[in-house]
Design a protein around this ligand. Structure first.
Ligand code: GN1
Ligand code: MG
Length: 350
């Protein structure tokens, strides 16, 4: 690994590399080196080029967004994990096997709130994701590439699911009939999103598209937001999915791969997310966006169930798994969460 890192920076001594984070796609390491007489820490990451089929587009997007946010001063008060260019000037460097690697500055003394977040942290995190959207609201959206084409295209996701179901390459379809039925029961949510998009009721904005709890860094001491990280999917989209992914990952009382039957919804956290998000975005979002945040939450939870179940049926080709039923448990967990969130919004109709 040190040979690879040498393509990015000249240093005196390699101290070591440790895997960090809980990403399902890329491989991430913390690297310590001695450089210029002191110890320095970086983030080294292999970008999964099966998932991100155009790695250069990802790197270009991230550069542009980092430059833009870096220029925003108090409009964007958070730290930026900046891409570190290689010695040849390119952000991406290849290894012998053809993998793509990149380096970012490391943000130290932080933690991700994942399931431990209380309402205060959830409020801060939702505000930060909102400030991120706000600071990018005038960014020329056409300058960003779709790093994963059709990433939140609900029609495309359903087509992929139904094709995998028909092909049944792993012979798993007969065992998941209940989950399939539950997904079909949620289809009206997806259709409503499709309809809003078709009618162009949702402005196309620069969105983050992976606003999970694990992509917020909080300060170990102050518990305030230090940074919004993982910009691989920052691209044109709708804010509904950014709100939705927050609800999906902050509001449940356990991880997305926890046993579904004991999963609970933390209503105070969900409400804090709503308030935090509105505090940052209330002055620029369109009414069609504000009115459909709850729909966004149900959509993204349903979509995630669909994606996990598709991957289970496909034989686990997309997400990293730790055991054969991992994707199935994840799908069941998301289906259960969808029920809980739908009941919540039914109760608290605005
Ligand atoms: C993946 O790798 P990570 O954790 O950043 C996925 C997200 C999913 C998430 C589910 C590019 O994100 O869309 O919501 O797993 N990223 C991609 O945990 O597919
Ligand atoms: Mg990600």
């Amino acid at each position: 690994m040190h040979r690879l890192f040498q393509k990015f920076l000249a240093y005196e001594r390699w101290i070591g590399a440790e895997p960090v984070g809980s990403g399902n796609i890329n491989d991430t390491y913390r690297v310590d080196v001695e450089r210029g007489g002191g110890q320095e820490r970086y983030l080294l990451q292999r970008l999964n080029h099966q998932v991100f089929k155009n790695p250069e587009a990802v790197a270009r997007n991230i550069r542009q967004v980092a430059n833009w946010l870096g220029d925003q001063n108090e409009e964007y008060p958070y730290r930026i994990a900046r891409p570190v260019a290689g010695l040849d000037g390119a952000d991406l460097q290849r290894d012998e096997a053809g993998n793509y690697w990149r380096v970012f500055t490391f943000l130290d003394q932080c933690y991700t709130p994942e399931t431990a977040a209380g309402p205060e942290e959830a409020f801060e995190a939702a505000k930060a994701y909102g400030v991120f959207l706000r600071a990018l609201r005038d960014f020329p959206v056409g300058q960003l590439s779709d790093t994963i084409p059709g990433f939140h295209d609900t029609d495309l996701r359903w087509t992929a699911f139904e094709k995998t179901l028909t092909d049944d390459p792993a012979g798993r379809a007969s065992g998941v009939q209940d989950e399939i039925a539950r997904l079909y029961a949620a289809k009206p949510v997806f259709e409503e999103i499709s309809r809003l998009k078709r009618q162009q009721d949702l402005p196309l904005r620069v969105t983050h598209n992976d606003t999970k709890a694990g992509n917020i860094l909080l300060d170990n001491q102050t518990r305030k937001v230090v940074a919004v990280i993982d910009w691989d999917t920052v691209m044109p989209g709708t804010v509904l999915s950014d709100f939705g992914d927050m609800v999906r990952t902050f509001a449940p009382d356990a991880y997305e791969d926890a046993a579904p039957d004991t999963l609970g919804l933390r209503e105070s956290v969900l409400e804090a997310l709503q308030h935090g998000f509105e505090a940052a975005t209330g002055d620029f979002l369109a009414l069609s966006e504000k009115e459909n945040l709850a729909l966004g939450a149900r959509w993204i939870i349903g979509e995630q169930a669909l994606r996990f179940l598709t991957d289970y049926l496909a034989g686990d080709v997309y997400y990293k798994i730790r055991h054969p039923e991992h994707n199935l448990i994840r799908a069941q967990n998301q289906l259960r969460l969808l029920d809980l969130v739908s009941i919540f919004y039914e109760k608290h109709r605005r």
